[in-house]
Design a protein. Structure first.
Length: 493
């Protein structure tokens, strides 16, 4: 551990969450410039983890100095001094936004995403853009044009994906928090693999304006943090209506901190039987069992339930997501922005060469799959059918939430797998999303909370799922579980 030298005390900035840092910043025990410098140093020292695609040394230092002044004069925002990393498919004005792809490797957006505007308005400090699977397509961050990111718990393993860089940066103490995006599990699964908190908000809770689209009916931006209160605080800032995203809800944003620490007494918890299959790593099932026990001991009632259409989720997701991706990615043709092949003779060959050279293997596979399921003659058999099944999956959740406040399940069937282990077998890779994709298809929110370790000391995540717009309940349960696991960990020390 590398302590940060502050006036009269030392602070482990790599493990502190914002709730611990904020009072120290406020009473000037530590200043933002020192904090930013410590993170920048750590990013450089741990470059091998490859968490970042771009690092904003100058920008972050300048922002820190300006915010230190604001803290002195007492007019700093809610997130003053929160050092945050941003997945590289969320636009920041005048900063390169690559989406982990060669095709956008030189793309500099002329505007800020809605979430970035919100963060800046509250004085968060942007420290850089994080590594990711190209356009969000993957579960290991190995599909990045900029090389794989590595799991800080074991560098021979993947950090999960697609927001792998965002999870690594938080788990390794290279920033205080990060933003990721989740289309089929890309916030929750890397959070689970790296031992941090990851929230996928309800579809419509956070504006997608300025988020480069992968599958527009599923994509959602959310926080990755070292604690549940930090996740709640970040959602508080980034949630809300935006007239530039017509799917963003105009519902009011509740105060997420209220009731968070009330405990789980009286809470009704459902355990979907489809999520406790034999394919789940034994140590993962055992950790979920222990989590369920601690909820029971906390006064929650636990009952098994069923989401009968779960077995169709992966197939349905990979039809809908690829169909939407094939349409969203049509715009990258070398004409208006991004990479353009230099060796083309005419317009047609410019398109073909640009796309052949600019996209990676997995992205091309998805574009082909998506084009196929949308093509005349196959549309009804695949795309339309998948939309119908999506409705059935959503109805499973509607039914479950008539009875339960939350559902609990593993976030992923295993802990972090080895680098290269699933690269040659896309289907096995797709199966690592088996417990996360249904949640995106249903549009409901879910959070991954670290609840233990396997025998290789790799983190295990539990997933808590709630009804649409009930993120407050997720924070409430998440906070309880977080307290329980930290109490257990200090017992075992
Ligand atoms: N792994 C899933 C996919 O490849 C989910 C990715 C995501 O949520 N962006 O599509």
């Amino acid at each position: 551990m590398m302590p940060l030298q502050t006036k009269g005390m030392t602070l482990a900035f790599e493990t502190a969450d914002f709730q611990q840092l904020r009072p120290l910043l406020d009473n000037k025990t530590v200043d933002c410039v020192t904090l930013v410098d410590s993170y920048l140093k750590r990013i450089r020292q741990h470059q091998r983890l490859n968490a970042f695609i771009s690092v904003f040394d100058d920008r972050a230092r300048q922002a820190a100095a300006a915010i230190d002044l604001k803290i002195k004069t007492g007019d700093a925002g809610k997130l003053a001094g929160l050092v945050i990393a941003i997945k590289d498919l969320i636009c920041i004005k005048n900063e390169r936004t690559t989406c982990g792809s060669k095709i956008l490797s030189n793309f500099i957006p002329p505007y800020d995403a809605f979430v970035i505007k919100r963060l800046l308005a509250e004085d968060a400090i942007l420290i850089g853009k994080t590594n990711m699977d190209e356009f969000g397509m993957g579960s290991s961050t190995e599909n990045s044009h900029f090389g794989a990111a590595l799991n800080p718990h074991d560098m021979a393993r993947v950090p999960g994906g697609s927001s792998g860089g965002s999870a690594v940066a938080v788990a390794d103490g290279q920033c205080t928090a990060s933003l990721g995006t989740d289309t089929g599990g890309s916030i929750r699964q890397p959070a689970s693999f790296c031992g941090v908190v990851g929230l996928k908000p309800t579809y419509g809770r956070v504006s997608r304006f300025g988020l480069v689209a992968y599958a527009s009916s599923l994509d959602q931006i959310g926080p990755i943090t070292r604690s549940v209160p930090d996740a709640a605080m970040l959602l508080q800032v980034i949630a809300g209506h935006d007239r530039r995203d017509s799917t963003s809800a105009s519902l009011p944003v509740p105060d997420y901190s209220s009731g968070m620490k009330n405990g789980v007494s009286g809470l009704k918890v459902g355990v979907p039987r489809e999520y406790i299959s034999e394919s789940v790593q034994l140590e993962v099932s055992a950790a979920i069992e222990r989590t369920i026990d601690s909820l029971r001991q906390g006064g929650a009632s636990i009952e098994q339930t069923s989401l009968p259409h779960s077995k169709y989720a992966i197939a349905t997701y990979y039809i809908i997501a690829t169909a939407e991706a094939s349409s969203n990615l049509a715009r990258y043709d070398g004409t208006r922005f991004g990479y353009r092949a230099g060796d083309a003779d005419d317009l047609e060959s410019m398109y073909v060469k640009t796309r052949s050279q600019g996209f990676g293997e997995e992205v091309k596979r998805r574009i082909m799959l998506g084009t196929y399921v949308l093509s005349a003659g196959y549309y009804d058999a695949y795309y339309r059918k998948a939309q119908k099944v999506r409705t059935l999956i959503k109805q499973d959740f509607d039914r479950a939430f008539e009875k339960f406040d939350v559902l609990i399940a593993p976030t992923a069937p295993t802990t972090a797998f080895g680098l290269g282990e699933k690269l040659d077998d896309p289907l096995t890779m797709y199966l690592s999303d088996i417990f996360t994709v249904s949640i995106n298809l249903a549009g409901v929110p879910a959070i991954s909370i670290p609840v233990g370790y396997d025998s290789n000391k790799l983190p295990i995540g539990a997933q808590v799922i709630a009804k649409a717009y009930n993120e407050a309940t997720l924070f409430h349960v998440g906070y309880f579980l977080e307290q329980e696991s930290s109490a257990k960990m200090s017992d075992s020390n």
